[in-house]
Design a protein around this ligand. Sequence first.
Ligand code: ATP
Ligand code: MG
Length: 427
Amino acid sequence: MAKIQAIRGMNDLLPTESPVWQYFERTVSDLLKAYGYREIRMPIVEQTELFCRSIGEVTDIVEKEMYTFTDRNGDSLSLRPEGTASCVRAADQHGLLFNQTQRLWYAGPMFRHERPQKGRYRQFHQIGAECFGLAGPDIDAELIILTAGLWKKLGIQSDVTLQINTLGLPEERAAFKADLVAYLSKHVDQLDEDSQRRLESNPLRILDSKNETTQQVLNDAPLLEDYLSEETRSHFSSVLDYLKQAGVAYSVNPRLVRGLDYYSKTVFEWVTESLGAQGTVCAGGRYDGLVEQLGGKATPGIGFAMGVERLVLMLKELDVVPAEAIRTVDVFIVAAGEGTQQKAFELASTLREEGGLRVLQNMGGGSFKSQMKKADKSGARVALILGEQELENGEVVIKDLTAEAGQRTLGQEDAVIHLKKLFDNQG
Ligand code: ATP
Ligand code: MG
């Protein structure tokens, strides 16, 4: 019988990989907490309507990427393609929004039926942050400064660049859209097929078409910038000022529009060259109209989401994950000879309970040599070796497995103290 395989574009995360993910998730969540963000967890399935009303009917996501099904009650449900809509739904449903400030973050799988390739999957993972109740440019800047700090912590700051733009308010965009459509309609046969289709449904998306002839046509198109109010402009220039002062480099990209309908004012993307075509690792923006659009009381909001797979790929390709951060075992206990395994159980417990160490104890016996091989393979930093001679003398041998540092014999209590100190120092 043929074996059942995972669904295309949906990946297993194997134990060889998970330490890198955990390191990444830990680094992000520590930083979010340092900025006062609190975790929220939403269901993976929502009413389809939620995504249609927030992301927009004519976006790629809703038009062709959603996993939508009818459940046994006949309701149309969808696997969430992103987190912002669910987060707004949850925060509003539980009364977290009106007259309050909320800094929330979430992490988890998202689902989009796209063509799987490097950096693009059908089940992928995002970590996102959303801030509600603050309308000023300072919070836009804070969010971006937070992400810039993250790249620094991860050691990838020189491999990502910040693209930023302002989309203005819906009414400003509407006037621009009308003129853009009028202009593009005159050049419709020079547009690529996707852009021709979008001319009717979602003309702003044409701005980020990768097609060269389309881009040429766009060179003489009206500019959104010219349609923006004084208020929108000064919001944007304040954001840029804050970034400048904080030393966050950016490049203003007037063609950056983002694929979702709900954005207004500031939008941004962090982009890398190191992943090929799938270069956006983090994207976000302001969405002041979204809460009201979903039936809540008008509440300003801004947020971002980062693609975990893409960032993990980057960390690995740039080789910036510290070895200690992904070690899963501290000590491997080798015990060979009559009565040594009993003592090994005791020492292992002491190291775990008193030292907080991660201890792998050899199981199933075997010679010193074969156990030492297992110790090496385990990834442990130190081997604690116990033979009949050591057992009799109340001693153990401590061997550093990461260096040619040799080995030393210590009394058992001293060995525990020594190991506690060794791993304490490493933090
Ligand atoms: P792209 O232009 O690459 O399709 P997007 O604009 O559709 O991205 P967003 O909806 O803004 O992406 O999602 C935020 C981030 O989530 C992206 O910048 C990316 O890092 C990640 N992401 C989006 N779709 C996928 C996917 N199918 N597989 C893996 N990561 C993804
Ligand atoms: Mg996409």
